[in-house]
Design a protein around this ligand. Structure first.
Ligand code: MN
Length: 131
């Protein structure tokens, strides 16, 4: 059975790019376009991994992550934040909210797929850094 990846992204172009990449790699995709929808979908479907945009209407990705990480049923789902700018303070904010990882947009296709594989297999950056 293929792994289920949830994308939470309000920008249609980014959503399409990420969806196409992950579908072509054989993953099953579920989607939400704002933080509130993202929380509801994750609670209902329990995906294996979540890519979470940060700037979104209704509820942003930081708030959505905090809610999912505070819930025993969803706290173990890895969440990788997607954010438009690479600034140290944003990295601190996403990690503080409980995100397990962080990628900046525009995404690098190779790194993106590698990151997805790593998190799905439990071999996250922390583990790799210790080798
Ligand atoms: Mn956005």
């Amino acid at each position: 059975m293929s792994k289920v990846i949830q994308i939470v992204e309000d920008d249609p172009k980014s959503l399409k790019l990420i969806r196409d990449l992950l579908l072509s790699s054989g993953y099953t995709i579920i989607e939400a376009t704002d933080g509130r929808q993202g929380v509801e979908l994750a609670k209902a479907q329990k995906p294996d991994l979540i890519f979470m945009d940060i700037q979104m209407p209704v509820m942003d990705g930081l708030e959505a992550t905090k809610i999912l990480k505070a819930d025993g049923e969803t706290k173990d789902i890895p969440i990788i934040a997607l954010t438009a700018y690479a600034m140290k303070e944003d990295e601190a904010k996403v990690l503080q909210a409980g995100c397990d990882g962080y990628m900046t947009k525009p995404i690098d296709i190779k790194r993106f797929l590698k990151k997805a594989e790593e998190y799905l297999s439990g071999h996250t950056g922390h583990t790799l850094n210790e080798l």
